[in-house]
Ligand binder design. Structure first.
Ligand code: S6P
Ligand code: ZN
Length: 191
């Protein structure tokens, strides 16, 4: 791998050049949003793009660092904000750093019965420790973008979350975004 420099647009969060681009549409997120009817309706009427990941690929090796940006578009499924699928790293002992670029969102995490929610905006540097599952979502009216840097050999385990769900959701309330339990505990405001 040779050294390289990329252009990161601090307004849009787009990375150029990139060697891979993942475009995730609402139809690819069945079972992830609480309101299944709203999800089905949205998937059947335009199937909007929920988020994109732009990445400059490096070898899948220990010691390499992957740099990529995620742009989550503004939108709701029912009252739940557009979000990423969420994952554990396949190699659980690998962490990750996120840097907020534009817009406003949240980073949800969990591990072994513990949960965390971090508010993110431009310039927020957030740390995902090893072992923690992570998902991001856009609570604003503009696209929310962030840079992620993670080990080349991390890998992504989506299946566990598809099977067990994510313990927290963020939904729109009159007061703004609130974090609620996905498993029926009392909702609590994140103000
Ligand atoms: C990779 C890192 C991010 C996510 C991206 C999309 O380890 O955490 O680049 O891949 O935000 O989320 P997801 O859950 O669909 O991979
Ligand atoms: Zn990750």
């Amino acid at each position: 791998m040779e050294p390289f420099a990329l252009a990161l647009d601090l307004v849009t969060g787009r990375l150029a050049p990139h060697t891979s681009r993942t475009v995730r549409r609402i139809s690819e997120m069945s079972g992830m949003y609480a309101d299944a009817d709203a999800h089905e309706q949205l998937a059947g009427t335009g199937d909007p793009v929920v988020y994109e990941v732009l990445q400059y690929d490096v070898p899948f090796d220990n010691g390499q660092l992957v740099c990529c940006t995620t742009v989550i578009y503004a939108g709701l499924v029912g009252e739940e904000y557009f979000m990423t699928k969420g994952h554990f790293h396949e190699k659980r002992s690998t962490g990750e750093v996120y840097l907020g670029i534009s817009g406003h969102g949240y980073l949800l995490m969990f591990v072994d019965g513990r949960t965390a929610e971090l508010e993110m905006g431009p310039g927020t540097l957030a740390y995902v420790p090893p072992y923690w599952a992570h998902r991001t979502l856009n609570v604003g009216d503009e696209p929310f973008s962030f840079l992620a840097v993670y080990p080349g050999d991390a890998g992504h385990d989506y299946r566990t979350i598809e099977r067990t769900g994510f313990p927290r959701r963020v939904i729109r309330a009159a007061s703004g975004p609130i974090v609620v339990s996905a498993f029926g505990e009392t909702p609590r405001s994140i103000g």
